[in-house]
Every structure is written in structure tokens, then in C-alpha cells.
Design a protein around this ligand. Structure first.
Ligand SMILES: [Zn+2]
Length: 440
């Protein structure tokens, strides 16, 4: 127990350092990032001494732990930047790392310092015991994951140059989730085998403006509004992808009645399942199709001015069998109006799909099911983009899993107020990384 208490103090010390990523890097506190790196070196002296460290772009950390042999190296990753905690209403100061009600509170407790520090605890203890991994083990911690910065991409460039071809790559992703799926009992450990793509698409309508006292029918805002409605009325096709089918098959034993029968034979019932999930909306719908959320609207600058230019921003999350290009084409087709221009502002295609079978999958899932015996593991497609997508360039087996047991309410605090983790959950994550490192 004394060990755990000391580990928790180290965790709190790192949570207190506000390594906040901002969309404008000029507003970032670079000194906080430097302090964070120094604190990691001080708190984990064996990691610092025995592993070779390279600083990528002046901020992201790439550690290399030489192994005994020349087998496929592995990569464990967890970013150390966090999203801002500026919104009011936190029960505990977001960078105070308070301990109360058996939890540690603070921005980054779940996303993703919780995993990083648990990993460092496990590696430090293994080093203390004189353990050496069978093959090279890399630890990577991005400093700009939340803003889609270049840290991970440049680390992968470097590894590519050196001819490093990792086997297992593990990053944040699914968790050991209770109440994950309506009607399902027990915990499911969701292991991300792919992530959806992302695109920002701008719709623009330009028409003559004028004084608001004498509007003309079909102005810019009306045309834009009609386009937005059509987007919702003509969603992209709903399809059950191979990893979604594999997920349903894996969780079937936890379902009952008709649902169990359908989940157990997802290929046979793929059309019915795709329709049913799409109808559910929210997370169900996001599993089976590209989603499009209209997040921002602009019109004129004044109450009494008719807009000459109206815009809408679409945030699209792209299904794994689609692409940025196809998504833009589907948007144009749904709107079907050449008065609306459709421009892709940024985007990345979905990641490749890692197999939910084979030696790396079996090794990871073996550790998960031993450490969380109440859970069954299931592959799934992550909706968010993570640093790990870059590693798909050099590894066919990239998995996304956060070794935390989390309820839906707890998962809901990620990127929101009151982010916190149960202390016993975090301590079990150290045991998970310890067991995993022991296998590498
Ligand atoms: Zn994260």
C-alpha cells in the first residue's frame, strides 16, 4: 500500500503541471511543458538513466529501451498534453490534483496522463527489478496530440528512416466499459483496431445583401439553411464494417434474446443491424456511417444587415470504408445545389484496420483478460483521432486501449469538467502495464 501511496503522489505531481495544448500554439505555456519533462526525469530516474531519450520537435518524448534480442520492437504510447480546462463548474480545481472520495481529480487524469504515468510506474519498477524486454521497447509521449500536432508524425518519420518496423503498438482508445451498450450485462474491454477519418468542410453561399427592412426571398441564409436540412435528410449509407461485425460477434455472449442471436451472426444480419444501429442515432449511428455535424454558422455582422455571405462548418467523422474525397462528394450530392460551394478545409482519411486475430492481438487480449477477468475483449472502431494513426505507416498491428475500468458517466468527463479517476482503477492500470511489459 505504501508503494501505491508514493505512486499516487507522483501521479498528482504530474497532473498539477498545466501542459495545455491550444489551437494557437503562441498561447501555450512552453515553460509548463519543460517543467513536465524535468519532473518525469526526476520522478522516474531509472527510466531517465537507462532508456535512451530523444526529444521530437522540442516537446514529444521518444524513449528507447534496448531489449535482449532482435525480435519485432513494440511501442507503448500516451500523450502528455491536455485540452484546456477553462470552462467553469469544476468541483475541484482542474490543476490541483485533489484527492477526494477515493478519486484523483484533474484535467488529464483520464486523457492521457493517467495512462502515461501508470506506464512509467510499471517500467520504472521493472527496471528496478533488473528486467530487460525480449526486444526493443519504445515509449512515446506526444506533446501536441490534442491539436493534431506533428510530434507523432515526426517520431514515425524518424523510426521509418531507421528501418524500425514495430509489432505491437498500443495507444489510448477504448476502455473497460461498464454500461457500454444498451441491454448488455457486464464489462467489455474495447480495443480500437481502427479510427474514423476526420474532415472539416465549409459550406458557403454568396448572394446580394441589403437592408433587413426589404429582404428578398431565397437569400444566402435561406439557401444555406435548406442545404443543412438536406444534409440531415440524406445521410450517407449505413453499413456494418468488418470490425463492427467483429465487435458485435465478440459481445454477443453478453446480450440476450433476439439481440444475442443477431449479434452472434452479424454477417448474415448485416443489413438489419446497420439499419437498427443507424436508427438509434448517437453512438449507434456513428458505428455504421460517416457522421456530419454542423458545428458553426456565420451570417451578417449586424441585426439589420442581410448577409451577403453565409457559411456553415461541417465536422465529419469518416467511416473506415470511405475517404475525405468521398465524404465531400456525398455532401455535394446531398445538398444538390450549385449555389452552395463545398470546400474541404482539412481532413485525414480513416486509418487502416488492424486485425482482431493473430499473435499481437492474442498477446494484448491475453493480458487484458487476465488483468480484467470480469471483462471480455472486443474490437471496435474509434471515433476520435489519436497519435497512433501515424504508426499505421510502420506497423500493421496498432491497437487503442486505455486500461481503465470506466462507467459511461466517467467516460463523459473526458474533455469536460470534473475529469477524475478512481484511485483503485488507476492502480490496476499499473498492474496492466506491468503484465504487458513482462510479455514484451
Ligand atoms: Zn487523448
Amino acid at each position: 500500500m505504501g508503494d501505491d501511496a508514493a505512486a499516487i503522489e507522483r501521479f498528482r505531481a504530474l497532473l498539477r503541471i498545466p501542459t495545455v495544448s491550444r489551437s494557437d500554439p503562441a498561447h501555450e505555456d512552453r515553460e509548463a511543458f519543460a517543467r513536465f519533462r524535468a519532473a518525469v526525469a526526476g520522478l522516474y530516474p531509472l527510466v531517465h538513466q537507462r532508456l535512451e531519450l530523444e526529444l521530437i520537435d522540442g516537446g514529444s518524448l521518444l524513449y528507447r529501451w534496448p531489449g535482449l534480442g532482435t525480435g519485432r520492437p513494440s511501442v507503448l504510447m500516451a500523450h502528455h498534453d491536455v485540452v484546456p480546462a477553462d470552462e467553469p463548474g469544476w468541483r475541484h480545481e482542474p490543476f490541483a490534483a485533489d484527492v477526494s472520495d477515493g478519486r484523483v481529480w484533474g484535467r488529464g487524469a483520464l486523457d492521457d496522463k493517467g495512462a502515461l504515468v501508470a506506464m512509467l510506474e510499471a517500467v520504472e519498477a521493472r527496471l528496478r527489478d533488473g528486467f530487460t524486454p525480449a526486444a526493443y521497447l519504445y515509449l512515446f509521449s506526444g506533446a501536441n496530440e490534442e491539436t493534431f500536432g506533428g510530434g507523432a508524425e515526426h517520431a514515425v518519420d524518424l523510426l521509418t528512416e531507421r528501418g524500425v518496423r514495430p509489432g505491437l503498438v498500443l495507444d489510448e482508445g477504448g476502455a473497460v466499459a461498464s454500461d457500454a451498450f444498451p441491454g448488455l450485462e457486464g464489462d467489455i474491454a474495447f480495443v480500437g483496431v481502427a479510427e474514423k477519418g476526420l474532415a472539416g468542410i465549409l459550406l458557403t453561399v454568396e448572394k446580394p445583401g441589403g437592408h433587413a427592412a426589404t429582404p428578398v426571398r431565397g437569400g444566402a441564409t435561406t439557401t444555406l439553411a435548406r442545404a443543412i436540412l438536406r444534409l440531415e435528410q440524406h445521410p450517407p449509407p449505413a453499413r456494418l464494417s468488418a470490425p463492427a461485425a467483429a465487435m458485435l460477434r465478440a459481445i454477443a455472449p453478453r446480450a440476450r434474446g433476439l439481440q444475442r442471436r443477431l449479434f452472434a451472426h452479424p454477417v448474415r444480419y448485416r443489413r438489419a443491424l446497420a439499419r437498427a444501429l443507424a436508427r438509434r442515432g448517437g453512438e449507434g449511428e456513428a458505428i455504421v456511417r460517416t457522421t456530419r455535424a454542423v458545428t458553426r454558422l456565420t451570417g451578417s455582422a449586424g441585426d439589420n444587415i442581410i448577409a451577403e455571405r453565409a457559411t456553415a462548418t461541417i465536422n465529419a467523422r469518416i467511416a473506415i470504408d470511405s475517404s475525405v474525397e468521398q465524404t465531400a462528394a456525398e455532401v455535394r450530392q446531398a445538398i444538390d445545389d450549385d449555389q452552395v460551394s463545398v470546400d474541404v478545409q482539412y481532413g485525414n482519411d480513416p486509418s487502416p484496420v488492424s486485425p482482431s486475430a493473430g499473435p499481437e492481438w492474442d498477446r494484448l487480449v491475453g493480458v487484458i483478460e487476465r488483468q480484467f477477468p470480469q471483462a471480455i475483449a472486443a474490437p471496435y472502431v474509434m471515433m476520435q483521432a489519436s497519435d497512433s494513426r501515424h504508426f499505421a505507416r510502420i506497423s500493421d498491428t496498432v491497437y487503442r486501449f486505455l486500461p481503465f475500468e470506466l462507467s459511461a458517466a466517467e467516460r463523459g468527463t473526458i474533455h469536460a469538467i470534473d475529469e477524475s479517476i478512481r484511485i483503485d482503477t488507476w492502480v490496476r492500470a499499473i498492474a496492466f502495464f506491468d503484465a504487458l511489459v513482462g510479455e514484451l
